[in-house]
Write a protein that binds this ligand. Sequence first.
Ligand code: FCB
Length: 450
Amino acid sequence: MSTTRSFPEGFVWGVGTASYQIEGAVAEDGRRPSIWDTFSHTPGKIAHGDTGDVACDHYHRWVDDLDLLVAMGIPSYRFSIAWPRVMPDGRTINQPGMDFYKRLLDGLLERRIAPVVTLYHWDLPQDLEDRGGWRDRETVELFTEYAVAMGKEIGDRVPVVTTLNEPWCTAYLGHATGEHAPGLTDNALAYEVAHHLNLAHGRAVTALRGILPAEAQLSVTLNLQEVLPATDRAEDVAAAAHAEAISNRIFLDPMLRGSYPVELIDSTAHLTDWSFVRDGDLAEVSAPLDFLGVNYYSPGMVTATPGSTPWPGTDRAWRHDMDAPQTIMGWAIQPSALTDLLVRTHRESGLPLVVTENGIAGHDAVGADGAVHDTHRIDYLRDHLAAVLDAVEQGADVRGYFGWTLLDNFEWAWGYDKRFGLVHVDFDDQTRTPKDSARWFSGIIECNEL
Ligand code: FCB
């Protein structure tokens, strides 16, 4: 016999998207290229040569997409602003681009859907990349100016602002492994980029505090990794601790405590001398936050024995396959790792947490009956929501959950092959078909119970 379990009162439910993954319209109304336009148009970088040129054509179909949110009973919507749409050269306001987001925000508010805005979900203006991108400290200044401009333009409409989405991906996948834009492959760069992202985050938080209404909430979204050693051998345990330091603590410690861990500095000394950290930076990085956004998909297993895939950013820890079922991304499915991650992160940070992304990809197709029977997604979501409840029972202050994602979309280096949406998108004619999981998720939201 199954019993129902309730989520905390006031639990925030939502779904998320990101600008480059859904908007399309990459050359309209003054938008200039981002690093993802350049990267996706570089042969060999994206599966099947896919690009975000059209994506879900959300720039033109946003009214229908907001109506979909209403039909699904979604109370909160997390989306990102395309910096190159509102400031095409990274510094000059482009009013038509700004107006798009004002219309979108007004559309959400009219529908009584609470917006959660991310300022940076990876689409850096290419003009800034040409000047050094996140390797250049000037980008920190320009990001702060962009945040201030957004605060002034839309601050009256957004109750929740997130500075960065997953700076780990920008630092390591963008600059060490080269899987993401701008596609650089130098481990040493990742650390400088991570510091500049940390500083950009902290400065933006402080600047926005002075502009946004007092009740506005400020946060950052991190893809914290639950890093597990492959064995209990001392070398593997040390490799896991190293991976944990370069993946999680490199962001958490400066943001929450105003310092970089000594183990991080020591274990990367052969790559960088950290001289890019200037006096006063860390006080700026640690600007107080209202909550921490956590994106979670899968744990990672680490070994000290060199293998085929190094852990991003290092040659001292290697990925190790886990003995667990995998998604079509090759990501291990282990909900208990989400529980452990939330419990530990809350204990260590003292901050309220929101799961800002969680979901699963499939090769979902519309069947002869006109429906998409994505039971694999319902199973994944159910098990991970149960994991969130387990974390709450163990004392983690988890205040919300955003499913990734509203629509099948441009899944970065994987292109359109991997469908994460609750709503199926036919990329030939842009038809949207809510999957079985969308109806299931609506039911959970409606009763706030699992
Ligand atoms: C996260 C990204 C998001 C999406 C999911 C699957 O790393 O933030 O845009 O691609 O993975």
